[in-house]
Design a protein around this ligand. Sequence first.
Ligand SMILES: [Zn+2]
Length: 276
Amino acid sequence: MCEECWELIAKADDTEFLDSLELTHAERKVLEELYKQGEDRIIEILDLQGKALHDAILELSDELLIEIGELGKVLVLVQTGELFTVQFEQAVYDAFQPLYHLAGETELVALDPDKVWSVENKAASRFAKKLKKLVPDMNGTSKDVMTRAFQKAIKEGKTPSERALLVREISAAAAKGDAGPFDMERSITVSRTMSTAAANGGKVEGWKQSEVVTGKKWRSSKGDRTRKTHRKADGQVQPLDKPFVVGKSKLMFPGDPTGRKEEIIRCRCTMQSVMD
Ligand SMILES: [Zn+2]
């Protein structure tokens, strides 16, 4: 799909998601800006990562290029190299930690204007740690995508040099973001997943600090792409400190980074507060 199309889809989804947060105009502007910053940074990092992978692939001899095990090693090296791990974690922290605080503070102040949101709260640093755990998971998905593409190239080539050429072509396309895990789609997936987690995680913490909210109600997003398990969870009520049961996962909130990735990637669900 074209880049503009992805952006339009992302925008439509974001609008619906942001609407559900019931923010003031000013808060919404800040939130939209944070979304954009996070997404831009992720795009930048994936772009660099794609180029680093292609450079590493170009270093390999024809013989090594057609060994899938060798290609897998290169992939892992690029993804787990300190540079990208640190950059990725930092981007996640810079972009999505403020979202967590903003969502939490907004809820808290709306419930009780006298309460002060504590930025140094333990929940926030626990949340940051959890969010970082998403990075290896997402790297795993992108490694699978690349490995499959390389495998296909190796199978399609008739001679060893033709196979090597096809592998190089795949990595060149991936580096440009034309195919594989370094494209616009993946950037949106990553930032989308993180923003849902941050906004909902912050909300739950804001409700806890309010001391008046006792429960939470799952609200599934309305689009056709909403998972069956999430549609089924719509309306589920749980005490604040108990998880929702969604599919095979137990999630403290939509996008909970400790949940199974099939239940959290690209989730746009939200929650409502419940008071006794
Ligand atoms: Zn969902």
